[in-house]
Design a protein around this ligand. Sequence first.
Ligand code: 16G
Ligand code: MG
Length: 548
Amino acid sequence: MPPSSLRVVYAFAREMHPKTTDIFIEYGTAGFRTKASLLEHVVYRMGLLAVIRSRCKNGRTIGMMITASHNLEPDNGVKLIDPDGEMLEQSWEEIATRLANVSDNDLESTTGQIIKEVNADMGLKASVFIGMDTRYTSPRLAAAAVHGVMALKGTAREFGIVTTPMLHYCVKCRNDNTYGTPTEEGYYEKIVGAFKRIRQTLPVYGKYSTTLHVDGANGVGGKKLNIIKKTLDGELDLVLFNLGGNGGKLNLNCGADFVKVSQKPPVGVEHVPFQRVASLDGDGDRIVYYYLDDNNRMHMLDGDRIATLLASYITELLKSCAAPSLALGLVQTAYANGASTNYITQQLKVPVTCVKTGVKHLHHAALAYDIGVYFEANGHGTVVYSNNAKNTIKKIAEEGEPEQRKAASLLLNFIDMTNETVGDAISDLFLVETVLCARGHDARDWHAAYTDLPCRQLKVAVQDRNAITTADAERQCTAPEGLQTRIDELVAEYKDGRSFVRPSGTEDVVRVYAEADTQESADKLAAQVAQAVFDLAGGVGDRPELPA
Ligand code: 16G
Ligand code: MG
């Protein structure tokens, strides 16, 4: 493409998607995310970048997802998906930020510079898959994305409203047709198909009930489960609520993030003791389970619980397959409850890696194992299998002893049910339901594996959150000076105390996490650490208070 044709980049920007704000915006943990009204020019420019990225990857397909996940309705966002269905390579985040922030007048020249810098062959074809969540601002932003793709003569394919993980899946399939068919139907066939095949071999027994209540967060995940529900042939009875009708607002008092952070059940469902409930987030890439006991106390079955459930079951199957040479490992972040880490290392004897918050870090670390299970406590995670693992299991399914063959074919279906590209609420739901069914367990049995340490999360507004820097997978604070020493002093006063702070990647705040042997202690420790952050890192607004 001759440089003169970059003129259209400017023309589209000026005519259709002008930059109307000077607020600096940064490609954060999960792409750009802010008020939807500030995003149109950003999304247009990401359309341009997606085309450049595709050409850098030899014309392989790149994904663009318009979503702000668990944020409330007025926000929106955009993130790019790399050819294997994983998050955009980190070194490109800075390029994305640069392109998003230049003035319209400099857009053409900056685009030209970036093309040069990354050495993109603009003569190649380029392909971009575009998906969006249910926000009313999404279609307009998706149109801006298409214009960005057109401006650089790429081919855009719109998927309409899909979950984030569905788009990751489709991108992966488009670039690697051994993984599946790159359509929503292809996704259902693979994931739901594998679930149904397993269910036909597993009798429902013990305390497992086929009824599952699901909170759709008034977002896209619930809508898709509503489609799937009709095809389940009674293998699983999904009772869906918060599906977006009846004035329900996206992620408002519902959804995985609300449930996990506030430790409260969502609105929209009658609370029956011991009823198993799953909550998805707004774009369907996170899931947490919970139940209430007969004292109305809530028991959370979060990402740590899902990780331990899956890791223990896969370990069992590997034993039955007699494939002990395959190394299974688990990846967590500092948010993982200390009790879960103890349980994994001491009881399950599975190695654990701790990494920084953000799916890309977990995903990457999980790839180092033959079978890597990764989950953030907030319910984002999946399992990844190396080719070596898949081939070994396939071979056992074909050539092993009868019992080994049985376990291996179950495991092969388990793999098919897994969206390996990214954490996926729908896929995770089917994985969890499979394990509970295979064990004849109800939510209480699942919960009984270990006892969580009480914990508390708080946020503190400061002048510049990036004044906080961390090391050791965010478990140590390296600046401002004196803060880590203060945290250490506070933590030392509590039994089983642990606390860390980190700047949020999605909100302009510093996050505080604390856990201890009682809820009172965890609350107090969190509040004290929040005060320390406020005092030492330039807090703004009201100083956080200690609990009464
Ligand atoms: C994003 C991340 C999520 C992380 C969260 C932390 C992805 C796809 N999503 O939602 O993994 O837990 O940010 O948010 O990477 P925070 O930085 O505001 O605490
Ligand atoms: Mg999400």
